[in-house]
Design a protein around this ligand. Structure first.
Ligand SMILES: Nc1ncnc2c1ncn2[C@@H]1O[C@H](COP(=O)(O)OP(=O)(O)OP(=O)(O)O)[C@@H](O)[C@H]1O
Ligand SMILES: [Mg+2]
Length: 375
C-alpha cells in the first residue's frame, strides 16, 4: 500500500504556475491525501501543471515534500533516498543512457543489483515491447516512441514494489499506443505490481485503471472507479475533463420542480429552486427533427465525423445566443448544416450541478439519480 498524508510541495518562484501561488511560491501539491492498494492500477489524471509529475517524483524520492508524509508498505519513506524505495519510475522524458545500447540500458538497473542472467531477462522484456530488432542500437538511433518503450522495458525488468509511470505512452502513435496499453494492463495483472500511471488522456485512464484520481491545481477533485468518475463526475471540472466528447454544461433555473434551460423544459422533482447547471453527455442526447418541449432546439452549426458517429453542434437561438448543445448522432443520420433540430436528453442520464458540485437526489425522473438508490 502507498499512503500519502497531507502531502504538500511548494516551489520557489511563482508567477506562471497553475497551482495557487502566494508570495512568490508555486504550490504544486496542496495537502494531498491518497491511499493506493497493493496491486492496484491507479491512474492520475489532470490538466497540464496540476501536479501529476510532482506527485510521482515525491513518491519516487526525487522531490522532498514541503510537508506531509509518504509511506510505502509499512515504511515511512519521506526522508529515504530514491535508491532505497524499491520503486521504478518511467519519466515523461525517459532519460536513457546515450552511450549504452538498448540491451545495456534495459539491463542497467539489474547490473547495479547484480542480478544474474540479466541480458536474457532484458531481451525477454524487450521482445514483449516489440524491441527485439533494436537491441544493439543506441538511444540516439531510436525514434521517440522506441526510446519510450526502452524506458518502459527497463522499469519492468527490475520487478520493483511499485511502478510509477509518467505519461509512458505519450510519444507512441495511436495504434502502438493502444497495443502498448493493452500490454501494460496484461503485464500489470500478471505481476500484480502496484502501479501509478499518470496521463492527461482521459480515455487511457478509463481503459487502464482500477481507480482514477482526477487532479486539479495540486488537489484531488475526485477519486473513483472509471465507471464512477465517468457516470457521476463530482464537479463540473471533472465532468468537463472526462469523456471523449466534452459534456454539455447548460445554465438553467429550477422553479417548482421544473427545470428551464436554453429553451427546454424538463422535470426536476426533489431539487430545490434556484440556478442550476444541466450536464448531459453528447452520447446521451438523441436528435429529433420534430419540435419538442423537453429538448434543446437550435440550428446545426457544426458536424464532426467521429468515424462510426457524428458529433453535431446545435447553436441555440434567441434569447440563448452563445449557448451550444452537442449530440452524438449515428452514422447516416447526421443533419445538414443550417437545419433546425432538437437534442433530446435520454431519461435518467442528465446530471445537475449547483455551485459546480453534483446535486444528488433520489426522486428525480429524467435527471440525476444516486447510483444505486441507496442514498
Ligand atoms: N522545479 C520546479 N520549480 C518551480 N516550479 C515547478 C517545478 N516543477 C514543477 N513546477 C510547477 O509545479 C506545478 C506542477 O507541475 P507538474 O510538473 O507536477 O505538473 P504536471 O501535472 O505533471 O503537468 P504536465 O501534464 O504538463 O506534465 C506547475 O505549476 C509547475 O510549473
Ligand atoms: Mg508532468
Amino acid at each position: 500500500m502507498i499512503v500519502l498524508s497531507g502531502l504538500t510541495k511548494e516551489f520557489p518562484g511563482g508567477g506562471s504556475g497553475i497551482g495557487g501561488k502566494e508570495q512568490g511560491k508555486v504550490t504544486a501539491l496542496d495537502r494531498l491525501d491518497l491511499e493506493i492498494g497493493d496491486g492496484e492500477f491507479f491512474a492520475l489524471l489532470g490538466p497540464s501543471g496540476c501536479g501529476k509529475t510532482t506527485l510521482l517524483r515525491s513518491i519516487a524520492g526525487l522531490e522532498t515534500p514541503t510537508a506531509g508524509t509518504v509511506r510505502i508498505g509499512d515504511v515511512d519513506v519521506t526522508r529515504l533516498p530514491p535508491g532505497k524505495r524499491d520503486v521504478a519510475m518511467v519519466f515523461q522524458d525517459y532519460a536513457l543512457f546515450p552511450h549504452m545500447d538498448v540491451t545495456a540500458n534495459i539491463a542497467y538497473p539489474l547490473k547495479i543489483k547484480k542480478v544474474p542472467q540479466r541480458e536474457a531477462r532484458a531481451a525477454e522484456v524487450a521482445a514483449r515491447l516489440s524491441l527485439s530488432e533494436l537491441l544493439t542500437r543506441r538511444p540516439g538511433q531510436l525514434s521517440g516512441g522506441q526510446q519510450q518503450r526502452v524506458a518502459l522495458a527497463r522499469a519492468i525488468a527490475t520487478r520493483p514494489k511499485a511502478f510509477l509511470f509518467d505519461e509512458p505512452l505519450s510519444n507512441l502513435d495511436a495504434r502502438l499506443r493502444l497495443e502498448a496499453r493493452t500490454f501494460l494492463k496484461r503485464l500489470q495483472r500478471e505481476l500484480a505490481v502496484t502501479t501509478i500511471f499518470v496521463t492527461h488522456d482521459q480515455s487511457e485512464a478509463l481503459a487502464l485503471a482500477d481507480r482514477i484520481a482526477v487532479m486539479d491545481a495540486g488537489r484531488i477533485a475526485q477519486i473513483g472507479t472509471p465507471a464512477e468518475v465517468f457516470q457521476r463526475p463530482a464537479t463540473t471540472f471533472v465532468a468537463s475533463f472526462i469523456g471523449s466528447t466534452p459534456m454539455n454544461l447548460i445554465p438553467g433555473e429550477i422553479a417548482g420542480s421544473v427545470l428551464r434551460a436554453a429553451g427546454a423544459t424538463l422535470p426536476a422533482e426533489g431539487v430545490p429552486d434556484g440556478p442550476i447547471t444541466y450536464g448531459l453527455r453528447p452520447e446521451y442526447a438523441d436528435l429529433s427533427r420534430v419540435e419538442r418541449e423537453d429538448a434543446f432546439g437550435g440550428t446545426v452549426a457544426v458536424v464532426e465525423n467521429l468515424g462510426t458517429a457524428h458529433l453535431v453542434t446545435l447553436a441555440v437561438g434567441d434569447p440563448y445566443e452563445g449557448t451550444f448543445v452537442q449530440a452524438v448522432v449515428p452514422e447516416g443520420e447526421e443533419p445538414a448544416l443550417g437545419e433546425t433540430a432538437w437534442a433530446v436528453p435520454r431519461p435518467g442520464r442528465a446530471l445537475l450541478y449547483r455551485d459546480d458540485l453534483l446535486v444528488t437526489t433520489t426522486t428525480m425522473s429524467g435527471a440525476a439519480r444516486t447510483s444505486s438508490g441507496r442514498a
